[in-house]
Structure formats: structure tokens, C-alpha cells
Design a protein around this ligand. Structure first.
Ligand code: PBG
Length: 327
């Protein structure tokens, strides 16, 4: 009988040997918890994201206290804005008394060392449901960037530690960096959504915020899912404009892009396991088709293996708990 001289299974024979060459690891410090907020009372369920809720500011505090206990050190906020505060210019996005600045002030006064990130984009505030201002059916770039700068400065004034532009307008990272610096917020970091794809996986998120585009799609600013080289171009621009960290989104279906960006930059790389990725896992697990704990941790380690330093995930709290239990 011919037999193999090389037997990779010798390196998998038991837990100790397996641990010698385990290459990726994950801890709660790698996880960022996205939270949805609303201006009303209590918690509102989100049908397509079971286990996630829109939180009032009081409930936001409760949720963050619990997340801290789970080991979560950073959160990112997404607001549900009522229709009467939406407009074609998204002016509510830079209202210093708006929902997001209010939320940031509240949580930073209670949890000073929590890293609070805020989303910079107009879609929650836009009556057109687009990330920028629409004129004659076109999402206009430079006018939008001017508003995004006001939004970012407003969030920084409220105490945001990092701003995360998710709008995909050209030139916004540099413009926001300048605006923050001029306003005296040189310490506020920018997590750039660098390679953000025009993805169907955002559906549940848009349900959560009632932020779907009222016409058309986002393909004139978000990237074509077929493209990899374009991600490198966006990376070069965002790095050159002063991004402190760069993001790939979605995460699971775009591991090749994460790996490519990881290889091309010395900046921290983030990946966003988006609402659709969450919803798919939740749906399969609710039917008993997948083991939730195992599949969630596998999905996250795969994103880390591809090269992500931090992961934005709706599973952050559960994952942090599971990781602690198995540590
Ligand atoms: C919008 C924004 C989106 C997400 C984060 N910021 C949706 C979109 O671009 O339409 C999606 C996040 C998710 O699906 O979990 N600026």
C-alpha cells in the first residue's frame, strides 16, 4: 500500500497541537456594535433583524451598559428619523439638537471611555432616501460633501470619537478631515467606508431606518459587486485624504476584497458584517438549520482570517459572550 509521507492530520491530532498553528483569533476588542436609535419611547422590534431593536435614548443607555458588561468597547449609531424631519437637503443631519448628537452627549457623559462612532451620510435624513442631495435625478457630489462636513463637525462637537462616512461621495474624506481640523477636532478619527458595494444585503438595515431610496438605486456611488480593482483605487484616495481606518462592506461575501485591502495598506482594516448577513444567519438558525453559536463565530473568524482588524457586527454582544465562555 503506498502511503503519504506528509500527513497534515498530525497537526490536527489534538487541541494542543492544533493551537500551535492556529492563525487567526478573535476577541471582544475586535467587535464594534451597531445600534439603531429613535426619538420615541422604549424599544421597537425590527422584523427583518430578529434580536435587534430601535432604542430610545433611555434604552440606548441600558443596552450600552449591558454591552460593556459583555466586553464591548465601541459602538456605532444609526438614527431612525421621522418623515417630518426629512428633507431634500438632509438639514436635520447637522442639527446640534438632533437625535444623534443628543445620543452621543448622553452616552459619552455616562460611558466616557466607550468609543462612540457616528455614521456620516444623508440617507436617514433625506426625503429621497439617498446618501446625498438629489438634483434632477442625480446625486450631486460636491454639494453633498459640504453637508457631510457639517454633519461630521456636529457629531464631533457632541463628543463622537470617530466619524464613519458611509456615503461614497468623492473627496469626502479629505473635506471632512479639513472641516474637523478647522473646527478644533483633530483628535476625532475617520473610519472611511472605502469599498462599499451596491449590495442587496443592506435590505434589512433600510427596513430598520425606513431609509430605502425613493427612486432608483445607489449604483452611481456605491461600487459594483463585480469589482476588485476599484477597491484599491478607493483605498489610495481615502488613505491619501487622511482616513485613519478603512472599511470593506459587506464582509462575508467580500473576503477577497478584505484580503486585498489588507495587503495594500498599513492602516487598520474594518469589515461590516451587514444586516443581510445577520438576517440570513438568524433565519437559518431560527429554523434549526444551523447552529447559531458555531456559525456566528465561524463567520467572524473568517472575516478576521481574511485580514480585518475590526468587525462591525450585530452579533457583537453575543459573540463577545461566547468568546469569553470559550476562553
Ligand atoms: C447608509 C448605510 C447603509 C448601511 C450602513 N450605512 C445602507 C445603504 O447604503 O443603503 C448598511 C448597513 C447594514 O446593512 O447593516 N449610508
Amino acid at each position: 500500500m503506498p502511503h503519504p509521507r506528509s500527513r497534515p492530520r498530525r497537526n490536527r491530532a489534538n487541541a494542543t497541537v492544533r493551537a500551535w498553528h492556529s492563525q487567526a483569533w478573535i476577541g471582544p476588542q475586535h467587535l464594534v456594535l451597531p445600534l439603531f436609535i429613535h426619538g420615541g419611547h422604549g424599544r421597537e422590534p425590527i422584523a427583518s433583524m430578529p434580536g435587534c431593536e430601535r432604542l430610545s435614548l433611555a434604552e440606548l443607555e441600558v443596552e450600552i451598559a449591558a454591552a460593556r458588561a459583555d466586553g464591548i468597547g465601541s459602538v456605532i449609531l444609526f438614527p431612525k428619523i421621522p418623515d417630518h424631519d426629512k428633507s431634500t437637503t438632509g438639514a436635520e443631519s447637522y442639527n446640534p439638537l438632533g437625535l444623534v448628537p443628543e445620543a452621543v452627549r448622553r452616552i459619552k457623559s455616562r460611558f466616557a471611555d466607550l468609543i462612540v462612532m457616528t455614521d456620516v451620510a444623508l440617507d436617514p435624513y433625506s426625503s429621497d432616501g439617498h446618501d446625498g442631495i438629489v438634483r434632477d435625478g442625480v446625486i450631486v457630489n460636491d454639494e453633498t460633501v459640504a453637508i457631510l462636513c457639517r454633519q461630521a463637525v456636529c457629531q464631533a462637537r457632541a463628543g463622537a470619537d470617530w466619524v464613519a462616512p458611509s456615503d461614497m461621495m468623492d473627496g469626502r474624506i479629505g473635506a471632512i478631515r479639513d472641516a474637523l481640523d478647522e473646527a478644533g477636532h483633530a483628535d476625532v478619527g475617520i473610519l472611511a467606508y472605502t469599498a462599499k458595494y451596491a449590495s442587496a444585503y443592506y435590505g434589512p438595515f433600510r427596513d430598520a431606518l425606513d431609509s430605502s431610496p425613493r427612486f432608483g438605486d445607489k449604483k452611481t456611488y456605491q461600487m459594483d459587486p463585480a469589482n476588485r480593482r476599484e477597491a484599491l483605487r478607493e483605498l489610495a484616495l481615502d488613505e491619501g485624504e487622511g482616513a485613519d481606518a478603512v472599511m470593506v462592506k459587506p464582509a462575508g461575501p467580500y473576503l477577497d476584497v478584505i484580503a486585498e485591502i489588507r495587503a495594500a495598506t498599513a492602516l487598520p482594516v474594518a469589515a461590516y458584517q451587514v444586516s443581510g448577513e445577520y438576517a440570513m444567519i438568524k433565519a437559518a438558525c431560527a429554523r434549526g438549520w444551523l447552529d447559531e453559536r458555531r456559525v456566528v463565530l465561524e463567520s467572524l473568524i473568517a472575516i478576521r482570517r481574511a485580514g480585518a482588524d475590526l468587525i462591525l457586527t450585530y452579533f457583537a454582544r453575543q459573540a463577545a459572550r461566547w468568546l469569553r465562555e470559550s476562553a
